[in-house]
Unconditional design. Sequence first.
Length: 579
Amino acid sequence: MTPAKQTPLSSARLLGTSGLAAMLLLAPAMANAGEIASGELVEGAAAIDVTPDGFDAVTELLPGLLPSSLPVGDMGDSYSGLAGQCWLGGYEYAVRNLWIEMSVDDAQLIPQNGYLEIDMTATVQVNEPSDRFELYTELECIGDTCYGRVDPFQVHINTRVDLAIVENPDGSRGLDANVGDITLDWSLTGTDIQFDDCFIGTVEDVLNFFGLSIFDLVLTLANGFIDDAVAGFVPEIEALLEDNFSQVSINQDLELAGVLAHLELYPGDIRIEPAGLRIRMDGMMGADGPATCVSDYDLGYATAVDSDLPPIGSVGAGVDPNQHINVHLSDEFGNQALYSLWRAGLLCYTVDSELTGFPLDTNILSLLAGDAFKPLFPTSTPLYIQTVPKKSPTLVYNGTNDVGVDIDELGLEFYADLDHRKSMLTAIDLSTEAGVNLVLDAPTGNLGVEVEIDPASMLAVVTENEFVPDATADIETKFSSVFGSLLGPILGSALGDLGFALPAFSGFGLSALTVAPAGTSEDWLGIYAQLGPVAYEGAGCDTSAEGCSGGCGVTGAPGGRLALLGLLPLSLALIRRRS
């Protein structure tokens, strides 16, 4: 098995990537080659698993959903007595500086069979020794003041959350969270109420005179505070789950170097069991085509291995199992994305001096074929290379990089002006594998890709060489050393605009990333993430869809919501001349 590849947490060259945190499940099965057309729905395109450790990591958000304090405010009543004489039935009582606080001691979000369990323990405090409430009572001109507090007591809160995939009126899918009945377990009695500096028996007798009890008053206030706090918690936790899970749905147009593609990814099913929560994602990528440059080579479909999702909560070989979020991306979905963009003409481009940034002329042919072309071009003439991509690139998940992009039969046609007309000097079919590594810059939250190409892995086959046929062997042998160093900058140029900022929620975000192949046939890309406190604020969205690189709306450039999914397959945006 291929070992896991640790993504460096440093500010390496961020050339870009995009995608979405997606994840998957089920069990291993026989793998068969499948055919996927552009725009065809792929069920189980990806899956998102939240592990028990992942739920533990986010439970720090739960205490913030409960109100922490309640200033009660002053209360009281009085009667001046008959004829305004306090000794003729006059009375008064007043409670001042009474406050209640609640602090969460422990909070757990536990995946069970079919639902999530919320289990919390909180401590309630009514004043404290250094800040007591004041109770004043007076009956028939006899007054007394005492000070009170309540010994801290614990409240146990337990409920369940049911999650379901629902279809919205616009046809999109979302998550519906429903919090069940809440069980409260706590005990507070009169013996927990402590008074100082007064004869409480006398004070209680005074309050009883007009139907009150200080014990009942404090108990009622504390009970009401707990009930109100927990009741307000219900819509908060429902909104937290629904709003955050809504981020996994994508319905977006992507424009890449003049090629317009449409990406859809939405929840297809949800499963909860003690091993974790899984959202199975269905999706597709489609684009118009075929472009003229590939129409003669288009088979009408992409090929991928058809196999079941890895088991829920599982990780690739060599990966620390204590991950928080596991994303599995199928090669069916990834190869469909590559095929759709290839079919739309993304790899049809022109390499010339404008793209390379340095002069590209016929002098470079001497590095390939010695003096073979010299009689044709005694004076150097501008040269350009036209790509003819004959096969759609395919993904390789079990290579030495995070993701490999296998390029086969990428035709390169060399042109220059000869005898006052544009002539093809030679043509080469290039096969190679481009390595793509996900790069997380933890301090800033930027996620990108680095592109690697090993010139030694290039295989060049001359397919046309009318002018200097005797130089064919030299051209094939020397091609990688001459043009190998050129492809890296070209790929980097093509991918350089794809970087984006990851989102952070309440100071929590992606803090570490590991990538490894998964599945019995290693045809799933596993992206395993750790969550934790982060310094970056992350990508934000306002009502104008600005500030999130287009990720808020239905159309536009890919944004943070595509993290780990959408543009990952678009790393095939290889070698494209930018318009």
